[in-house]
Design a protein around this ligand. Structure first.
Ligand code: GAP
Length: 474
């Protein structure tokens, strides 16, 4: 991992108002983050792009906004109460909790670093670990830790507990019994499946899309906004005929990958990987992985959930959730909004050398940029600020703009580069004579003169969602 770059990224996100640690004045809260003034704009733009590409350009997909709290039977029916577990091992002396497979992989990495040559032995350990993980054989993994004599990385103790399951859901205590904060938005879709179908006369195949918060008690949370306890998902459940399962599974894998590639972050940064270990509800699944600063990791999951959820909700709710007497199958696409934010932020943040100077620039796709354009007067006199302010006021109703005059023009450009503003317009003495302004592009720093009347159209063409959405039409 390029840890220097990762630290620089986290610090840039904070300095420029994208992401702050939650409750920082009280020392922070593990694995919870807040989005600042530019972070929230970027996040909203990502949501709008996803929402429009799912619902607006697919006439058979509609939206939903279901609540975070649901009847506790939802989570019994969905299998989350019994099966949504992660397995951990505790050290009795340090009182620290670890994922057992991480302890073993770190042991192997350490050996390799120290020049340990017996590759056969190393491969044997890793393949035994993989086999046991696939079979959920945590007893064997516990034995492996014992055999390898693995000690606590902090205190060196080998005084381990057994490996135990921990449910990942947060509980909310109520007098009548516990409620849970939802760990996926999907269940709000399943429990409203019939309402949506009936109220909109939907015919199979059709989809329901939703963006919303999910909560998981991630015991080992690292890597900034990659793994959080409170995060946002953008999920879509597509209801189909059972015999068309593979057709739609392949279709959504293709469509979702294309959607990501259109962001232009670099095709080599993506991998589509079939799941070797499926979630309890899935019968087939694959991940779209992204090359984050710490390596390739899951960003979006595409699963076939077959009739797992609707069938179980029928049993628990005793309500019929069928279309013409049969339960549809479901293909799900599930994208982590915060992970996509991190993917965009990390691959757009660049340090560039310019004639001995350096500039930091956030080359975000322009239609996602928090601010679309900045308007500056070249100097703070001779009526230029007034002209600049008038242009800003005329255009702010149509575009997300910034007006700034506090510093020298060079410094104003640098600040907009750092927050990813794709266009800057500077009002100078020629503006007074010719009604033209200097337009500067963030990425190339090229400048040209344009007429004041053209500014709005240029911003729309260069930064609107329209062009990218058009590319998604098939
Ligand atoms: N409904 C299916 C589902 O929830 P998942 O693979 O557990 O599947 C889907 O999660 C996506 O949600 C992941 O691909 C990831 O992008 C995001 N995600 C999951 N846990 C997360 C966490 N702790 N922090 C941030 N994003 C997370």
């Amino acid at each position: 991992m390029d840890s220097h770059f990762f630290h620089f990224l986290i610090s840039h996100a904070k300095t420029y108002g994208f992401v702050f640690p939650s409750s920082e004045i009280y020392g922070g809260l593990n694995a919870v983050y807040d989005y600042g003034q530019y972070g929230v704009e970027l996040k909203n733009n990502i949501k709008e792009y996803w929402w429009k590409s799912m619902t607006q350009i697919h006439e058979n997909i509609v939206g939903l906004d279901s609540s975070v709290l649901m009847h506790s039977n939802v989570w019994k029916a969905s299998g989350h109460v019994d099966k949504f577990n992660e397995f951990f091992i505790d050290n009795k002396d340090s009182k620290k909790r670890y994922k057992p497979e991480v302890l073993i992989r770190e042991y192997v990495d350490f050996r390799k670093k120290k020049g340990y040559k017996n590759n056969h032995k190393i491969n044997e350990i890793l393949s035994r670990l993989d086999q046991s993980l696939k079979k959920n054989d945590f007893l064997d993994i516990r034995v492996l830790i014992e055999e390898l004599n693995i000690s606590d990385p902090i205190c060196g103790s080998k005084n381990w507990t057994n490996i135990r399951p921990f449910n990942m859901m947060f509980k909310v205590q109520e007098e009548k019994g516990d409620l849970f904060l939802r760990p996926e938005t999907a269940q709000g879709i399943f429990s409203n499946f019939f309402n949506v179908k009936k109220s909109n006369r939907m015919k199979i195949p059709f989809g329901i899309a939703q963006i919303g918060k999910s909560f998981r008690n991630e015991i080992i949370a690292r890597q900034f906004i990659f793994r959080m306890r409170e995060f946002e998902q953008m999920e879509m459940q597509f209801f189909i005929l059972p015999e068309e399962e593979m057709k739609w599974y392949e279709y959504w894998k293709k469509i979702r990958l294309k959607w990501h590639l259109e962001l232009n972050l670099g095709n080599e940064k993506y991998k589509l990987r079939d799941h070797d270990k499926l979630a309890h509800y899935a019968s087939i699944g694959s991940d779209i992985e992204f090359n984050f600063p710490f390596g390739f990791r899951e960003m979006e999951g595409i699963h076939s959930r077959r009739d797992f959820d609707l069938r179980n909700h029928e049993i628990f709710s005793k309500k019929k959730l069928r279309i013409e007497n049969s339960i549809p199958y479901v293909i799900e696409t599930s994208l982590g909004l915060d992970r996509l934010f991190l993917a965009i932020f990390s691959s757009s943040l660049k340090e560039e050398k310019l004639n001995g100077n350096q500039r930091i620039v956030l080359k975000i796709p322009p239609y996602l940029s928090p601010v679309k354009a900045a308007i500056f007067p070249l100097v703070q006199k001779d009526g230029l600020p007034e002209i600049a302010k008038k242009i800003f006021n005329d255009l702010k109703i149509d575009h997300r703009l910034i007006y700034d005059q506090k510093k020298s023009i060079g410094k104003l450009y640098r600040r907009q580069d750092a927050i990813g503003t794709p266009l800057c317009f500077t009002i100078d003495y020629d503006t007074v004579k010719t009604n033209t302004v200097t337009m500067r592009y963030r990425d190339t720093m090229l400048q040209k003169r344009v007429h004041i009347n053209k500014i709005s159209k240029i911003i729309e063409n260069e930064t609107g969602l329209r062009n990218i959405l058009k590319k998604l039409l098939i």
